[in-house]
Design a protein around this ligand. Structure first.
Ligand code: SF4
Length: 256
């Protein structure tokens, strides 16, 4: 819960900020002498208030799902709305407190992973997509694995071959993406019911938000040589994420 607390705390602060915006608009523009502006401000207050009510519901849903480890259907849409709407506000508040984006994104991925794990039901392996970043391939490998994963000869120098073995064993789809556009195209083309994504915190966060409400389990890559270069991944974590979707069962705490 420690890492999750950061995102949850900043989300609570974002809700307070929204409430503050409502009070500010109301106090500033509700005076009689402002004429038509008064009606516009009333409309603005109604819109922000409505958004705040849904966000509070979504936040309650997130807390309930995390604490009870259960997925409640009526909270699904408010949770989706809350995650998408609050994220930029959370980043902005984090910046005010000099909290790095990396920390916030890591916390966001943890919250997301636990929410995904609270869901029930299995997904057929052929409706599961494994998304990998191109930087997992060692930089001096000439094999064009992004064009066709079969070009990998599984020489063992990087984790691509090991994940290909996993995908063959379980019968899942695999896409090695050089960027967000290719990843989005793969999702559009394959129409998966769930995704296991490997990436850095930043790309995982944007991918998760892009795919919402599709369940995405994020596995953070390891970067012993710095960002975007010869990265690695915990193969056991990827396998557990595949098994979670295809066979069900809890695999808490293994992904990041
Ligand atoms: S396992 Fe070997 S052949 Fe496959 S991508 Fe990695 S370095 Fe290239």
């Amino acid at each position: 819960m420690t890492k999750k607390r950061l995102y949850l705390g900043l989300s609570a602060a974002s809700m307070l900020l929204l409430a503050g915006v409502i009070v500010y608009i109301w106090l500033t523009f509700s005076r009689q002498d402002l004429g038509v502006l008064r009606y516009i401000s009333f409309l603005a207050v109604c819109v922000v208030l409505l958004a705040l009510i849904v966000v509070v519901l979504g936040y309650a849903g997130i807390m309930f799902s995390l604490l009870a480890d259960k997925d409640i259907k009526i909270f699904k849409k408010p949770i989706t709305f809350t995650l998408s709407l609050l994220y930029p506000v959370v980043l902005w508040i984090g910046k005010l407190f000099r909290i790095t984006q990396d920390k916030i994104q890591r916390s966001f991925v943890e919250v997301n992973n636990q929410l995904v794990q609270a869901r029930q039901g299995q997904i057929p392996a052929d409706r599961l997509l494994i998304l990998l970043p191109h930087c997992l391939q060692v930089a001096d490998c000439a094999r064009r694995v992004t064009i066709d994963t079969n070009n990998c000869v599984r020489c063992g120098r990087c984790d691509i071959g090991r994940i290909l073995d996993l995908c063959n064993r379980y019968g899942t789809h695999l896409c090695i993406a050089t960027g967000g556009t290719i990843a989005r195209d793969a999702v559009k083309k394959l129409r998966p019911k769930a995704i296991v994504a490997v990436a850095c915190e930043r790309d995982l966060t944007s991918g998760i938000l892009d795919c919402i409400p599709l369940p995405v389990l994020g596995v953070t890559n390891e970067r012993p040589h710095g960002p975007c270069f010869n990265t690695q991944v915990n193969i056991e974590a990827v396998e557990k994420a595949i098994l979670f979707f295809t066979q069900g069962g809890k695999v808490n705490g293994i992904f990041t």
